[in-house]
Design a protein around this ligand. Structure first.
Ligand code: ADP
Length: 167
């Protein structure tokens, strides 16, 4: 029997958007197991703590449907992505590509990771047209200015954002 195909989907998820959730659902269908890796990433100055982001992503996964959540795990990580991949026995790194602007960075990162860990393949999924303009950073900006973000994130995430940014 061949070994199960395990992938990791790393990101900051500050907060998780409908675009992320779409990628997670599509990637989970291609794999036996998908580990969503929430990067500690203090350098990005996240508005939610690492524990909060993990909790919020887990809650979103409970609402995925189609039995997909059984195949998904959510965990935090820090350090090198390839070390996290090896730790999870993953042979695939999933990334989402929105526009041309994502390409340079993703291409460079996947090339460097491939040099360091040739056993791990980066697979980029194209953002769905409905979600390709959504970015966590813009969602935060809109929420900070009092705008309605309910088209971009789930109602649960929208209310968590509202709570965090109150006052
Ligand atoms: P990072 O700090 O690693 O960029 P993000 O949480 O911003 O973390 O994004 C994680 C991954 O999800 C990245 O590959 C990013 O390109 C992808 N992504 C972000 N938003 C979307 C979206 N709306 N549609 C598809 N992929 C997305």
């Amino acid at each position: 029997m061949s070994s199960p195909k395990i992938g990791i989907y790393p990101g900051t998820f500050d907060p998780i958007t409908n675009g992320h959730t779409d990628i997670i659902g599509r990637a989970a269908r291609l794999l036996d197991k998908l580990v969503v890796g929430v990067a500690v990433n203090p350098g990005k100055g996240p508005i939610f703590t690492i524990d909060e982001r993990v909790e919020i992503v887990r809650e979103e996964m409970n609402h995925l449907g189609n039995g997909l959540s059984d195949r998904i795990e959510v965990t935090q990580f820090s350090g090198l992505l390839i070390d996290f991949a090896h730790q999870e026995n993953a042979t695939v790194i999933i990334r989402g590509l929105r526009a041309v602007s994502d390409f340079d960075y993703e291409f460079q990162m996947s090339s460097m990771n491939a040099k360091m860990a040739p056993d791990v393949e980066t697979v980029c999924l194209m953002a769905s047209d409905k979600y390709q303009f959504i970015a966590s950073s813009l969602v935060k900006e809109i929420a900070k200015l009092g705008g309605d973000v309910s088209q971009f994130v789930s109602s649960r995430v929208a209310s968590q954002l509202g709570e965090r940014l109150k006052g």
